[in-house]
Design a protein around this ligand. Structure first.
Ligand SMILES: Nc1ncnc2c1ncn2[C@@H]1O[C@H](COP(=O)(O)OP(=O)(O)OP(=O)(O)O)[C@@H](O)[C@H]1O
Ligand SMILES: Nc1ncnc2c1ncn2[C@@H]1O[C@H](COP(=O)(O)OP(=O)(O)OP(=O)(O)O)[C@@H](O)[C@H]1O
Ligand SMILES: [Mg+2]
Ligand SMILES: [Mg+2]
Lengths: 259, 259
């Protein structure tokens, strides 16, 4: 049965998609895991980031989620061109799902239920969440065993981490007792901007102490360039620091999941 | 009657809040306009960005929007400490409004109707939208005369601009015939990263040509530092390039609104 890792943050632009894609790719490439990347964000940026080797369209995840019958997320999966990594296809219909889920009985459990069989086909499922705490994002958290929270060293991003940690603990009490915070991943750390970084890092450490992951992702233009080329960072610039740092993140995650 | 400018982008982290706050502050400080900043994002980052001079709490915008009676956005307004600039207070209740609006008759017109009297009290109303195309963001667009679309020079942000332009033209046909795209504002432009910038800029120019604004905002750490201090860029670092660029943006907007 797969371990489900949701990559979530209410704050926009902190590196959720970049981290979800890079982590999933590293788990498949360097740890021989069978990995599924589920894109719960109507923006569909997983498919954009991997567009050079993924099919442009595929079966609809929205239809699976909106279907009251027995369909599975597996029915909306396509290969990514990376060995061991599948992903859900781009689906413009996902935008409507946010509203349509709002009136369903047990609306928070829809994704978890649609992963019941899918989980038996993979070792790890990584979920890229949209930048909010709406119905799709909540579905991602309720389906998850672990939550990875990217945060860039900025006051606005920091404010969202506490709100999300609060949401996760509410979900743990009411909907998903086994959810755990894998950690806060500091992203886009700019080596030149030390005064603000240090102020933010010490605020995160004070607020979240042990939850701050030992791995940090520095600012690196190769990540956006890889997305422009439509490939993951390991295919685009395997020797760059960001590739190294995301590989270390995958090593850390595998270590954590093993315990 | 105030001109309403919505600052919108589905992509997260492209500088919507930073641009909304900086533009509104510049219009009040340098053009003597009476300005209202409406925060439609449940994250409430307008209040975070101005927290050193704004009251921490205030009347609830969510209650105004959810109220079927005659209340106005004006009932949820507080001073910001900047002469000529008011804003809606932080309101944790706004998160629930997204779902609650979903089932209302004429759900897209709620904000427009609640601005009917409010518009007579200001020269410009600037709306900070959340990073999606949900009910709150659509309300912002339907209430708007002009839409400012921040975009950073990244492939993922570029993809969202076309989707938003499509939504704006649907809104123009069905809900708000006078809406116009003020332009695409290039933000976080990093002088060191010219290859990707040039590739993205030429893709934007090809897709949106004249809509690309003549003013661009360079990457500048002072913007996040100002937010950490809870003041606008003009109070924090008035001589920096970002302050100059946002002042030029305000000059351009005033020129456009005058025509
Ligand atoms: N470490 C980094 N260094 C430099 N750029 C980065 C880094 N991580 C992410 N980026 C860039 O920052 C932007 C935001 O990242 P990304 O889109 O992954 O964030 P997100 O949280 O998924 O955004 P959204 O809230 O819109 O879903 C992208 O253009 C991406 O290429
Ligand atoms: N020109 C710039 N240079 C450097 N940093 C910037 C610039 N503009 C914005 N930022 C920083 O980038 C981050 C994202 O900006 P901001 O929060 O304004 O974007 P947003 O689009 O409102 O995000 P969200 O989608 O979460 O609402 C913030 O930490 C902000 O301080
Ligand atoms: Mg994303
Ligand atoms: Mg914002």
């Amino acid at each position: 049965n797969a371990v489900v890792v949701a990559v979530a943050a209410q704050k926009g632009g902190v590196g959720k998609t970049t981290s979800a894609v890079s982590l999933a790719a590293a788990l498949a490439r360097f740890h021989g895991k069978r990995v599924l990347l589920v894109d719960l964000d109507p923006q569909g940026h997983v498919a954009t980031a991997l567009q050079s080797t993924m099919p442009a369209t595929g079966p609809s995840l929205a239809r699976v989620l909106q279907d009251e019958a027995e369909s599975e997320v597996l029915d909306a999966v396509v290969p990514t061109g990376i060995d061991g990594l599948d992903a859900t296809a781009y689906d413009a219909g996902l935008a409507a799902t946010e509203d349509l889920l709002g009136t369903r009985i047990g609306k928070e459990f829809v994704l978890r239920d649609k992963l019941r069989v899918t989980r038996t086909h993979y070792d790890v499922i990584v979920i890229d969440c949209p930048p909010n705490q709406g119905n799709l994002a909540i579905n991602g958290l309720v389906a998850a065993d672990q939550v990875l929270i990217p945060c860039d060293p900025s006051p606005l991003a920091l404010k969202g981490v506490a709100a999300l940690a609060q949401t996760v603990s509410t979900i743990a009490h009411r909907l998903n007792p086994q959810i755990d915070v894998l950690g806060v991943l500091l992203t886009r750390v700019d080596g030149r901007n030390t005064t603000l970084n240090e102020a933010i890092v010490s605020e995160i450490e004070e607020a979240f102490g042990p939850a701050l992951l030992p791995v940090r992702i520095g600012i690196n233009a190769s990540l956006a360039k890889a997305q422009h080329a439509g490939t993951d960072i390991f295919a685009f610039d395997p020797g760059c620091r960001a590739a190294q740092q995301y590989r270390e993140l995958a090593d850390h995650v595998v270590g954590q999941l093993a315990t």
